[in-house]
Design a protein around this ligand. Structure first.
Ligand code: SF4
Length: 395
């Protein structure tokens, strides 16, 4: 991870929230304000683009501008297209970047798909597995499952040759049927999926992970989907790629992007921005106040980041990472975890283990090591997979 100075990292990801509004009502949603029909004025988008240009010496080689949370497509096609137009000026300044859009896919139609294809915008779809697994939480405000609509949105994207990947929230329904999950990803033509374990975050304060511990079921799920990914080689699973990268390249130590000042900058529809875990932008937590460090109408990113490094919560986050580094044998793979999870689960940034990291770091790493120990040909077979080249990305 490149570093601007001792305490500030170069920025790899801008998470832009063009609206808080979401057109559906998932049971696990952490956004507190998802019924509010606000959206980002064009002047704010323009200021964001200007601020990124000012920050250009502090960006990674390729920066991602991710339109995310609530449902970005709900602002409408002409507004979203105009935001993308505004960002075109980044190219004039030699900034290498790509847009990505994270969507629930309910509003995808031919016009959206054509726009994404024409502008080469990557689309991440939120889909949780088979119809039964997906509809368990992902429902409309009227309580109807959303799977059919999502499936048809993904088909439209494929017909228009849009680059599609998926984020799946996995939960008890998913754990119990890894094959249904894996088959659904293949049926939907998804080439790459990231697994997000249902967690304690924001307005979604309850999680089954903190009650009965279903770790054995979870580990079985992970083992089965990892095996299928290695054996058929067609579906890349983000967590498998990450863990194999650590095993193959042990000298490369992980660093948590969410715990690094400046690595991720999250900006809401009013132009307020924060760093560290994107979820923190919405929260006033404990006695630390909210985590907004500036507004694009005020000072630039770098000035605000410099100020942020001396804040109480940034110091607490650093202390938490230092504790992880001295106490946790998974540190080289994890890099110190997600501050949002530490705060929401443990009540303190300056802390270490969470249920989130027990699952998404420790269990996943243990499963992968166990699989390799039990089957010496596994790495050789994984190297034949279509997705193996991803291990060499961003090395
Ligand atoms: S696995 Fe958990 S305890 Fe270990 S370094 Fe990561 S966040 Fe810290």
């Amino acid at each position: 991870m490149s570093v601007v100075n001792q305490n500030i990292d170069s920025t790899a990801l801008f998470v832009i929230q063009p609206t808080n509004f979401c057109n559906i009502d998932c049971g696990y949603c952490y956004l507190a304000d998802r019924v509010s029909k606000n959206s980002m004025p064009f002047e704010v988008a323009d200021r964001i683009a200007d601020r990124i240009i000012e920050h250009k010496d502090y960006l990674t080689k390729k920066t991602v501008v991710s339109w995310h949370a609530g449902e970005p497509l709900s602002v409408g096609i002409s507004k979203l297209g105009r935001y993308f137009d505004i960002f075109e000026k980044l190219h004039d300044h030699g900034i290498v970047f790509e847009h990505s859009v994270q969507t629930n896919a309910m509003l995808i139609n031919q016009r959206f798909a054509e726009m994404f294809a024409k502008r080469k915008i990557k689309v991440g779809v939120s889909v949780d597995g088979s119809q039964e697994q997906h509809d368990y939480y992902r429902r409309t405000r009227g309580g109807k499952g959303t799977f059919e609509k999502v499936k048809s949105g993904i088909e439209i994207l494929h017909r228009n040759a849009v680059s599609v990947s998926a984020i799946a929230v996995i939960h008890q329904k998913t754990f119990r049927d890894p094959d249904a999950f894996y088959d659904s990803m293949l049926d939907l033509g998804i080439p790459y999926v990231g697994l997000n374990v249902l967690e304690v975050e924001g307005a979604s304060r309850t999680s089954y992970l903190t009650s009965d511990d279903p770790r054995a079921e979870f580990e079985n799920f992970i083992e089965q989907v990892f095996k299928r990914s290695i054996n058929d080689g067609s579906l890349a699973i983000r967590e498998l790629v990450r863990v194999l990268k650590t095993i193959m390249f042990p000298k490369i130590k992980a660093k948590s992007a969410e715990a690094a000042t400046g690595r991720i900058i999250t900006i809401n529809h009013e132009g307020d921005f924060s760093t560290f875990s994107p979820e923190l932008i919405d929260h006033e937590v404990l006695d630390l106040g909210n985590h907004i460090i500036g507004n694009v109408d005020g000072s630039g990113f770098l000035t605000s980041l410099r100020r942020a490094t001396t804040s109480t919560y940034a110091t607490e986050i650093r202390r938490g990472v230092e504790k992880c580094s001295s106490d946790c044998e998974y540190f080289d793979y994890c890099g110190g975890g997600a501050p949002a999870n530490k705060l929401l689960e443990n009540g303190a940034f300056n802390s270490t283990e969470t249920a989130f990291c027990r699952y998404t770091v420790k269990s996943i790493f243990d499963v992968a090591l166990r699989m390799i120990a039990e089957d010496s040909s596994l790495l050789e077979r994984a190297a034949q997979a279509q997705w193996w080249k991803l291990l060499y990305e961003e090395l």
